[in-house]
Every structure is written in C-alpha cells, then in structure tokens.
Ligand binder design. Structure first.
Ligand code: ASP
Ligand code: MG
Length: 453
C-alpha cells in the first residue's frame, strides 16, 4: 500500500480536489491511504479566530466563520454533483461550523484558550476539507470512506505538539484502516490531528500533516509515502535564481536535510521521521504537474551518482572574525565566544580556526552588537554581511578530493569573480560551503549551478 498526502494548496478549491481525485484514482491499484491537509489558509484563519475570541471581537468571529462556511459550501457544490449527497455534505459542514462557533463563544466568554481548546480549534480545517474530499471520491464513482484520524493517531497529551504513540497507532491502524484497504476502498483521513488516550483532540504542530502521513505509513509498512504539493520535488537550485533549475530525481534523506538547513525549501527529513526510521521511501510530487516524476527521498542513494546535485544559499548571515587578545588563553576565548552565542541563542552555521584567529558564520540577529560587546574582553571582532552558498551531493567531498577529479578546480574557477571568504566542507561530507559577500550570492548560485551535469 502507499500513503498519499495532499497539502493545503492541493485541496484549496474544487478544481484542485478534482485533480487529487484523478491522481488517486490512477493509483488505486497500489491501495492508497489518502491523508489531506486543511484547505490552504484555513489553519491560519483558525489561529486568528483565537485572537479574535480572546479580544471579544464577536462580529469579526461571525464574519470569519461565515466565510469559512461559504468557502467549504462552494467547494462542495462545485465538486459533488448528486443533490442528495451534496445536501448531506452541506449539513456536515454546517454542523462543524456550528461547533466551531460554539467553541469560539466559549473562548470569548472565558477570555482564555487552553492548549486543549486550541487543539480542538485547529482541528476544524482538516475535518472540513476531508469531509468534502472523501465525498468527492464517492461522487466520482469510487468506493471511499472517511476514517477520522483521531481514532487511529493516538498521541500523548501535549495538545498542540503531540507525539504519536507508535505502538497504539500501529494496532489502531490495523483495526480502522486495514479492513477498508483490504477490500479495495480508498481510505481518506485527516492530516495533523490525533487524540490522546481519553479521546481528547490533539494536533501535531504546524505543518504536521506530512508527519501524519509518515506515522500512518510506518504503522502500515507502506511501500512508499507520497507527499503531493505544489512544486515538483527538490530542484537543482531555486528556479527564481537559476531559471534552468530542474528536479533532482533522487536524493538521500540526509542530503535533503542538509539542503533544508542551508536555505532550500525542501521537505526536511525530521518532518517525516517515522518514515526515515523505517527506511520507507518518500516521494515529493506536484499535484498540478502529476506527470513530473518528482524527487524520491531514500535512506541511501546510488553511490555512483557523484558530483554536485543541487545548490542552495542561505542569505542574511554574518561572518564574525575574532582575533584573540594577547595573553588570553585560546580555549578560554573560545569558551567565552560559544557561551555568549548560546546565551543569546545565535544560530551558528560554520566555523574556522587558526592559532590566534577564529571565524564563525552566524544567522543575522538584532542582538549581535551585544554579543560582540560581551566577547570584547577576550577577542577583537569584525563583522561582515555574507551568504553561504551550499553545493550539495552524496559523497560530494570524497569526489571533490579524488586526484583524478576536477570538481574543486571547477568550483574555484566558478566562484573566482565573487571574492569568497572561505570554502569549507560540511561535517557530513555532503556539501561544500562557500561563504561570500551577500551581494554576490545569486550570481554565485548560477555559476555553481552551471557545473551540475
Ligand atoms: N493544516 C495544518 C497547518 O497548516 C497542517 C498541515 O497542513 O500540514 O499547519
Ligand atoms: Mg504543509
């Protein structure tokens, strides 16, 4: 079986849902479990509702919920042709919206929203969208059922950041999903939401639907988890910077993690951790271009595929260059530097050392001058705005240093015009990190991108 997760834009309106239904129908033979997010923007709207309720803005609450009602009614009307079915989905939407109204009134009266109430509030987006999508499958002539994710995704009681209890989820998935999947029904369920052992609603944290898909996939030993979104997988570079960027067909989870860390908008392996742990491949696909093969993320990638496979950049960094004061012991200076960075919660991306010098690339922060002031007694410090351009690929570093290869000279030639401050390798040997002036970063990305074969 496979898990097919559809994000908010994939279910944002009737056309998108229609597309989802066609995509799933084509893969019916692979026994799909469909996990869908809330319609795009709805979860944010629910977050705003809390604020409106806490500030007693009843009128705004009423108009916001009215808009939600209309939006979902309209999708239902456009998607579902049979009158009787349409009426029944309409009334389910109404019931959910009425419940949402009562919840908001409760928050308004109490002037407080507990984590438990907030989890219920946030659950409405997925409950509404899945009500319609599951009916859409039936309307299109498929055998489909909606199974409430809360009966399967058992979690702890950290209501807004719940953690799945995999042992329970596994047996509940067998109990609630498997019988339907076995007889060939398309099973729809909500992403993001779950419940604790008391049956109280919990949510996994924002963006949690990918995690739901991975949890269900791990519980059911899925052969593949597909994350359907609005981009065609992982690109060789940001297409807005390098217009000839293309999809990378396959990459390891670790490589994807490295890219995400250095600024790429790719699926971070942590968001699908249960799949990574069970070595279940995750494929990122585009709902609006389903013919594109997307990117397959796997535990290991073919070792022969060497070289640069993608390039990304992290803008808004600062290069801090320290020169230790005379008579200050080196380790004492380093200790002061790192303790101070930790104290101000500054994110460090890379570092380099010499006998009396040390340099670090950190994220830009409004408290950097305070950091520098705190370190002044042990080291002089200068700071420069920089970007980190990250050239990544499995085994990249090994490849770059092999004597018969020409990668390092090629990179050196490509970045030569940009006045790079340093070239380093990432500690997992998956990337070369080039620190250069921020103004040169787009051009540097294009130059390195042109080295990708
Ligand atoms: N709807 C939830 C959110 O926007 C979960 C998700 O879409 O992944 O955070
Ligand atoms: Mg998402």
């Amino acid at each position: 079986m496979i898990v097919m997760k559809f994000g908010g834009t994939s279910v944002q309106n009737a056309d998108a849902m229609q597309q989802v239904i066609a995509i799933v129908a084509e893969r019916k033979g692979r026994t799909p479990l469909v996990v869908a997010s809330a319609c795009a923007g709805v979860t944010n709207q629910l977050v705003e509702l809390e604020e409106l309720a806490l500030t007693q803005r009843r009128k705004d609450i009423a108009s916001s919920i009215a808009a939600l009602r209309v939006r979902h009614h309209d999708i239902c009307k456009d998607l579902i042709s049979q009158q009787e079915q349409q009426t029944s989905v309409h009334s389910n939407i109404d019931e959910l919206c009425d419940e949402l109204e009562r919840l908001c009134e409760g928050i308004t009266l109490l002037k407080e929203c507990t984590p438990r109430s907030r989890a219920i509030l946030l659950s409405f987006g997925e409950r509404l969208s899945n009500e319609i999508l599951s009916a859409g499958f039936i309307s299109a002539g498929h055998n489909a059922v909606l199974v409430d994710a809360r009966s399967v995704l058992r979690t702890d009681s950290i209501f807004e950041q719940a953690t799945a209890q995999m042992r329970d989820v596994t047996s509940l998935a067998e109990q609630y999903f498997l019988p339907h999947l076995r007889v060939g029904n398309i099973v729809c369920t909500q992403g993001f939401i779950g419940s604790n052992s008391k049956g109280q609603t919990t949510v996994l944290g924002r963006g949690g639907s990918d995690l739901s898909a991975a949890i269900f996939g791990a519980a059911l030993h899925a052969e593949e988890i597909q994350i359907w979104t609005d981009v065609s997988g992982v690109f060789t570079a940001d297409p807005r910077v390098a217009p000839d960027a293309r999809t990378v067909p396959e990459m390891s989870f670790e490589e994807a993690g490295e890219l995400a860390y250095f600024g790429a908008k790719v699926l971070h392996p942590d968001t699908v951790r249960p799949a990574v742990e069970k070595c279940i491949p995750v494929r990122v696909l585009n709902t609006f271009k389903p013919e594109n093969i997307g990117t397959l993320l796997t535990p290991n990638v073919d070792q022969t595929s060497l070289g640069i496979r993608s390039v990304t950049m992290k803008k808004g960094c600062v290069l801090l260059r320290f020169r230790f004061k005379p008579m200050v012991e080196k380790m004492a200076a380093l200790e002061r530097i790192y303790v101070t960075l930790f104290k101000y919660a500054i994110q460090v991306f890379s570092s380099e050392g010499a006998e009396r010098h040390y340099s670090i690339v950190v994220a830009q922060s409004s408290v950097l001058s305070a950091v520098i002031a705190d370190i002044q007694s042990v080291a002089e410090c200068s700071h420069t705005q920089v970007s980190i351009v990250c050239a990544a690929g499995a085994n990249l570093v090994v490849h770059a240093y092999t004597p018969d290869k020409t990668l390092l000279p090629q990179i050196a030639a490509a970045i030569q015009p940009f006045g790079a401050y340093s070239v380093q390798q990432s500690a997992n040997s998956m990337a070369l990190l080039i620190v250069l002036p921020e103004t040169a970063s787009n051009e540097a990305v294009r130059a390195i991108h042109s080295l990708i074969v």
